[in-house]
Design a protein around this ligand. Structure first.
Ligand SMILES: Nc1ncnc2c1ncn2[C@@H]1O[C@H](COP(=O)(O)OP(=O)(O)O)[C@@H](O)[C@H]1O
Ligand code: SF4
Ligand SMILES: [Mg+2]
Length: 325
């Protein structure tokens, strides 16, 4: 797909699908939620790939499927030349070390009955990161690195503020020396000033450790701040993917244009605001043809019948719209 790739590809995602079966019973037929419905993209080593889209469009499902916390329904996720769906034992363990995930709500993902030290110690032992002798020093340095004090080692999750707790999650992800970190709404629950601090920390750590990020958020300005490239999702699909600057300056897809026109930006001339009709359709009933046609201001008969192909509209800029430029 991407023809010119100056950087090494870390992760290759081909036709990824994740469907859930719901309902089903005496009278009801089982239905399929097409949460992720045929996504193809690559993640380059050292980049931050932002993924944006409204709530419910499948961002978290995509993130969890990449890590194989959920098994893909179809498609491939190639990491280190291997399809993650086929990994077993040792290789799956290596994947779980190399790819880490940070969630929005660290309360949900940190064990409330374990001190930070005990939790970090468990994870570095599981993955055999340092010798027992060096462990304490390693973990104290790690805590300093994420902006906490070594005293955090003895504390429980509830003893921290929201921002500090997110730093603990970052320390946990970093502890196993990963290659890729998936940040799923990692700063969405934080106050704006704390958000900026955590974003700066993530950027600093990325540079220092040569990390790669997939940064998932519904917040367009947060994604704009941190990403190198950005993919826009709508109802389980990527509708646009491009270098950040080109995407924010010249969005090619009507959905992206509508999303961006709704960002309040006091520094720019008042732009024409495109208001989307109606609500996001349910992933149980995905519209025919272009799945955005029920809300698209430019929809034609062709859009109702024929799904547009996700293709390059400019150098490195992809969109799925019959009329993208
Ligand atoms: N385990 C599940 N079972 C059934 N439906 C699910 C499950 N997980 C997510 N979904 C549905 O898949 C869609 C995408 O959800 P999600 O990936 O959480 O979106 P986002 O992170 O973009 O808000 C939603 O309609 C959600 O209700
Ligand atoms: S293909 Fe048609 S409905 Fe879909 S985004 Fe383009 S113009 Fe709108
Ligand atoms: Mg989510």
């Amino acid at each position: 797909m991407d023809v010119k790739q100056p950087n090494k590809i870390l992760l290759e995602v081909n036709g990824l699908k994740k469907y859930f079966s719901t309902g089903g019973g005496m009278l009801k037929k089982k239905q399929q939620v097409k949460a992720v419905d045929d996504m193809t993209f690559t993640v380059k080593e050292g980049e931050t790939l932002g993924i944006v889209g409204e709530s419910g469009c499948g961002k978290s499902t995509m993130g969890r499927t990449l890590l194989r916390l959920q098994h893909p329904t179809a498609g491939e996720v190639i990491y280190n030349g291997q399809d993650i769906a086929k990994l077993k034992n040792k290789d799956l363990r290596k994947l779980r070390k190399d790819i880490q995930i940070i969630f929005q709500d660290p309360f949900g993902s940190l064990n409330p009955r374990m001190t930070v030290g005990a939790m970090l110690s468990e994870i570095v032992r599981t993955h055999d990161i340092v010798s027992k002798k060096e462990e304490k020093k390693y973990l104290e340095e790690l805590l300093l690195e994420v902006g906490l004090t070594p005293a955090a080692y003895w504390k429980y999750p509830h003893e921290f503020s929201g921002g500090q707790r997110q730093r603990v999650s970052i320390a946990r992800a970093l502890a196993v020396q990963p290659k890729l970190i998936i940040c799923d709404e990692a700063v969405s629950a934080l106050d704006v000033s704390v958000q900026a601090q955590v974003l700066n920390l993530l950027q600093h750590l990325k540079k220092k450790h040569g990390l790669t990020y997939i940064f998932i958020s519904h917040d367009l300005s947060v994604v704009k701040h941190i990403s190198d490239r950005v993919g826009v999702m709508y109802l389980g699909k990527l509708v646009e993917l491009s270098d950040k600057h080109d995407l924010y300056e010249r969005p090619a897809h009507p959905y992206t244009q509508a999303l961006f026109s709704a960002i309040p930006d006091i520094t720019e001339e008042k732009q024409e605001r495109i208001v989307l009709k109606g609500d996001v359709p349910s992933p149980l009933h995905i519209p025919s043809g272009c799945r955005f046609h029920t809300r698209c201001p430019l929809a034609t008969d062709k859009c109702v019948e024929e799904a547009p192909v996700f293709e390059q509209v400019r150098d490195g800029h992809y969109a799925a719209c019959h009329y993208a430029e």
